[in-house]
Design a binder for this molecule. Structure first.
Ligand code: COA
Length: 206
């Protein structure tokens, strides 16, 4: 099913909030998008909506991140997150169209790489491979195969290694009993898939 993909506008924001809330079954990711739009990490040209029958049915966001190596050297990259498609429109290729359009635009804007935390069978379809290939690590414990990187141009990650630093908006600290849960769209419990068709994991880092 061919959707129209275009850059998000101010008028789209409430529809984007609704799509993220419905697709994730909670408002955390919708709120995260609102926070990221106000942050330095936001790149308006890399926030896209998918339109089907004149209705917004999907959204994807790429934000600026840093990869910091042991010598404190910083490398610019992008995080793909979050991404959502209305449940009744999933499994039709719309998510894939959003990813491909986003990657093409990021390449055009001269970004060299993208990092994603997600399903190990889905993102490789778009060229992502486990980020440990470049010794790039997540800032939290996560299975190696779900933390992936993609070079937008040849050798886009050559000489790059280290730990990813996400925008602070991704961190939502919540104290429960004696445990501190650092919870965000990226950090959810792998055992708890959000929904059967979801290709993203919820991981809770303790
Ligand atoms: C993740 C998400 C955005 C994917 O959107 P989507 O539009 O369903 O994605 P696609 O249709 O491109 O791909 C999903 C599956 O449908 C398959 N598919 C793609 N085109 C298809 C078509 N025309 N017909 C049938 N199936 C198709 C894909 O191969 C993929 O299969 P897989 O699960 O075996 O890998 C959507 O599932 C979602 O909103 N989930 C909840 C939120 C979430 O978890 N977000 C990710 C956080 S990182």
């Amino acid at each position: 099913m061919e959707a129209k993909i275009r850059q998000e506008t101010t008028e789209d924001r409430s529809a984007v909030y609704e799509i993220n809330s419905i697709a994730f079954g909670q408002e955390n990711e919708a709120k995260l998008v609102d926070l990221l739009r106000k942050s330095d990490a936001f790149i308006p040209a890399l926030s896209f909506v998918a339109i089907l029958d004149h209705k917004i049915v999907g959204h994807i966001l790429f934000t600026k991140i840093k990869i910091i190596d042991n010598d404190h050297k910083e490398f610019d990259s992008l995080a793909l997150a979050p991404m959502a498609v209305r449940p009744e429109c999933q499994q039709k290729g719309i998510g894939g169209q959003l990813i491909k359009t986003g990657l093409d635009k990021a390449r055009e804007l001269k970004y060299k790489s993208v990092i994603v935390l997600g399903h190990e069978h889905y993102y490789p379809k778009f060229g992502f491979v486990p980020a440990d290939k470049w010794r790039i690590k997540a800032p939290f414990d996560v299975p190696k195969n779900v933390f992936m990187g993609l070079e937008l141009l040849t050798d886009g990650l050559k000489g790059v290694s280290g730990t990813v630093k996400y925008p602070k908006e991704f961190e939502r600290k919540q104290r429960t009993a004696n445990r501190v849960f650092i919870k965000s769209e990226l950090m959810c419990n792998r055992a708890e898939k959000v929904q059967s068709h979801s290709v993203g994991y919820k991981i809770i880092a303790l």
